[in-house]
Design a protein around this ligand. Structure first.
Ligand SMILES: *Cc1c(COP(=O)(O)O)cnc(C)c1O
Length: 369
């Protein structure tokens, strides 16, 4: 899953596995009885599932969620057999036997998925494990109200299904004042009351911070493990887990009145020093950060000027001493002082998208874990 290491990287991405594990432990510490899973879909939000998941296993995590069957097939062999790997999308038609072969647990999202899983259980003549998902107000994945009626009215529909959890997913959990959270909770409780007694899973990262009512038996954090703030508008309690440093390819001095970059969207208002750094939108430095983003050298924050190119950004380094940076110097693009959420805010997106956009031209190194 992780990309080949470039031999001559223009940027270095350091991933702190110890900080990811600390975040997992901090989330777990907020729970009374519930277990804490880890969502490692999309290659652990771009950070490398094959490194992140075993580190979390060492920290004590035993439940791992991915989105796709292929992600699960890749992950399963790097985890101890006593860890469970769940596939959020469930089996696409015909893929059910693969789940059995690879010892994966599907999240069943529709009557069709449920029926196919039950049929397979009959065929192999043993109970097959699964999670059943109920849609409580997102209209994305899970049984719709009519499908829930069918299952609640006919327990035979679950025969042969070893129901590990009933789960649902919150649409607006980061917005604590949103009444949609409570409404989803009520619908989830009502659904649980109609289904065979089993364990329940409801909260994502932000849902954990909505309080104990939302925890049930298993919580499913993703973003908060990777340092993304779980509560909108509140200080971030999670540790940052990445540092991204780009190399300076060239520096130049330009006179006042000189335009820079594609489409000349920035013009120097004074004699300026400009550094060209080897990170661009092809590397996940979003184009919307042109004239909006900041980077950092040592402790000095420096503005990204002009449009972001495919392979480079231009940085106004006039504030730095004449010789403090040169070709090959490293400039901080993201890290402890350049929070992923702040970058996302400037780019008009969310921290999740900044992480999952991180490119594969970086030299990645893993620390700790
Ligand atoms: C992605 C996902 C999660 C994790 O959500 P975060 O907001 O990243 O914590 C949990 N559950 C489901 C169903 C998901 O799709």
């Amino acid at each position: 899953m992780s990309a080949r290491q470039p031999l001559h990287p223009g940027a270095l991405l350091t991933i702190y596995l110890g900080a990811i594990c600390d975040n997992w432990r901090a989330l777990k510490a907020r729970l009374a009885g519930a277990e804490c899973a880890a969502v490692v879909k999309a290659d652990a939000y771009g950070l490398g599932a094959l490194k992140v998941a075993p580190a979390l296993y060492q920290a004590g995590c035993r439940h791992f969620f991915v989105a796709h069957l292929d992600e699960a097939i890749a992950l399963r062999p790097v985890l101890h057999p006593d860890a469970t790997v769940y596939v959020l999308h469930g089996p696409l038609p015909g893929a059910e036997p693969e789940f059995v072969v690879h010892e994966l647990v599907p999240v069943l999202n529709s009557l069709r998925q449920l029926d196919a899983w039950r049929d397979l259980a009959c065929k192999v003549d043993r109970p097959l494990p699964a999670i059943l998902q109920i849609d409580t107000g997102m209209a994305r994945l899970g049984l719709c109200p009519q499908e829930l009626d069918v299952v609640a009215g006919d327990p035979e529909r679950l025969r042969g299904v070893d129901l590990r959890f009933v789960m649902s997913h919150l649409a607006s959990a980061e917005d604590q004042a949103n009444p949609a959270n409570r409404a989803q909770l009520e619908r989830f409780r009502a659904a649980l009351a109609r289904l065979p007694t089993t364990r329940a899973s409801f909260a994502n990262s932000s849902g954990i911070f909505l309080g104990a009512d939302y925890h049930f038996d298993l919580v499913r954090p993703g973003a908060a493990l990777y340092g993304v703030a779980p509560v909108a508008g509140a200080p971030n309690p999670m540790r940052p887990v990445i540092r991204l440093q780009g190399r300076v390819v060239q520096t130049r001095t330009i006179e006042a009145g000189t335009p820079v970059g594609y489409s000349h969207t920035w013009t120097a208002t004074r004699r300026s020093r400009i550094a060209t750094v080897a990170v661009g939108y092809a590397d996940g430095y979003l184009r919307s950060l042109g004239n909006r983003g900041y980077v950092q050298f040592d402790v000095t924050r420096l503005p990204v000027v002009g449009n972001v190119s495919m392979d480079t950004i231009l940085v106004d380094v006039t504030e730095l001493g004449e010789n403090s940076i040169r070709e090959g110097s490293l400039i901080d693009i993201a890290g402890p002082d350049l929070a992923v959420d702040d970058i996302a805010g400037r780019a008009g997106t969310i921290g999740y998208e900044i992480l999952t956009s991180l490119g594969n031209r970086y030299a990645r190194s893993y620390v700790g874990g």
